[in-house]
Design a binder for this molecule. Structure first.
Ligand code: MF3
Ligand code: CO
Length: 261
C-alpha cells in the first residue's frame, strides 16, 4: 500500500533529510587515507543525535551501526569497522537513515578517497548522473518503469550494469515503504506516479558484472567479480512538473569544493 504524504508531512521528511545531508558532510570532512570506517560511523551518529534525531539504520533488522560504509567492490550495507582503513584511491559509499518527528530521511553518497583513477571517477560521475536522470522521471503521470528504464539505459550505455537484488523504495513513517523502485525496467510499465508519493531513488552501478554476493557478516553486498561499484541516493517527493528533492548534497559540495563532481 502506497501512502501519499501531505505537504506538512513532506516538510517533516525534508527536515530529517536536512540533518542527514549535514551528517554526510561531517563524514566528508573526515574521509582521508588512514581513517577507519568505524571513526566515520561515530562522527555520523554523534552529529545525528546532537541534532535531536535518531540514526535509524542502527538496530534495523539487527543492523549494528549508523552508517553503511561500502568500500570499492562493496556495493551496499558494508559494516563500519575499526579494521577497515581507507587508503588513497579507494571509493566509499556512505549510506544512512535519519528519523525525526516520526519520518525517515534516506540518502547515500560515494566519495573518492584522495586521488582516484580516471576510470573509477567515470563510474562515480555516471552513477550520479543515473540518479539525477531517474529523478527527472519522478513526476506525476510517469510510471516507476520510466525511472528504472532511464537509470538502466544510462548505466548500460556507459558500459556498466545495474544491481537487481537491491532497489529503491517508498519512504515515510517506515524506512522501507511501497512502492519498490528498481534501477531497471521498461518505459511505460509499473505503478503510475502520483503527487505526494515519496521515494528513495538509489542507483547501484557495477563497473563489472552485475552479480553480487553477501559476505559472511550477513550484510555486506559486494561485486562477485570484485570490480568497483558506486551508489548514490536521494529521497524525492513526486510532484506535478518537477520532482522535489528532499535530501541534499549541498553540504557535501561545500566540503568537497572543486572536488565535487
Ligand atoms: N539506507 C539503506 C537504504 O537505502 C538502508 C540500509 S539497511 C540498514 O535502504 F539495515 F542498514 F538499515
Ligand atoms: Co534507501
Amino acid at each position: 500500500m502506497i501512502f501519499l504524504k501531505t505537504d506538512e508531512e513532506i516538510e517533516l521528511l525534508r527536515e530529517s533529510n536536512l540533518i542527514l545531508g549535514k551528517a554526510l558532510a561531517e563524514v566528508a570532512k573526515a574521509i582521508k587515507p588512514g581513517v577507519t570506517t568505524a571513526q566515520l560511523d561515530k562522527i555520523a551518529e554523534e552529529f545525528i543525535r546532537d541534532n535531536g534525531a535518531i540514526p535509524s539504520c542502527k538496530g534495523y533488522e539487527g543492523y549494528p551501526a549508523t552508517l553503511c560504509t561500502s568500500v570499492n567492490e562493496q556495493v551496499v550495507h558494508g559494516i563500519p569497522s575499526d579494521k577497515v582503513f581507507l587508503k588513497e584511491g579507494d571509493i566509499i559509499s556512505v549510506d544512512t537513515c535519519v528519523l525525526k518527528n516520526g519520518f525517515h530521511g534516506d540518502s547515500a553518497y560515494t566519495f573518492p578517497v584522495g586521488e582516484v583513477s580516471e576510470e573509477v571517477m567515470k563510474l562515480l560521475r555516471t552513477t550520479k548522473e543515473c540518479l539525477y536522470k531517474g529523478i527527472e522521471q519522478a513526476v506525476t503521470g510517469k510510471r516507476l518503469g520510466d525511472i528504472g528504464a532511464t537509470i538502466q539505459t544510462n548505466a548500460e550505455k556507459a558500459g556498466y550494469q545495474v544491481v537487481r537484488e537491491f532497489i529503491g523504495h517508498g519512504i515515510g513513517r517506515d524506512m522501507h515503504e511501497d512502492p519498490e523502485v528498481p534501477n531497471y525496467g521498461r518505459r511505460g510499465n509499473g505503478v503510475v506516479l502520483k503527487s505526494g508519493m515519496v521515494i528513495a531513488i538509489e542507483p547501484m552501478v557495477m563497473s563489472g558484472r552485475r552479480n553480487v554476493i553477501i559476505e559472511n557478516d550477513g550484510w555486506t553486498a559486494r561485486a562477485a567479480d570484485r570490480k568497483p561499484a558506486a551508489h548514490y541516493e536521494l529521497s524525492v517527493a513526486v510532484r506535478n512538473g518537477k520532482a522535489d528533492i528532499l535530501s541534499t548534497f549541498d553540504y557535501i559540495q561545500e566540503v568537497l569544493g572543486e572536488r565535487f563532481i
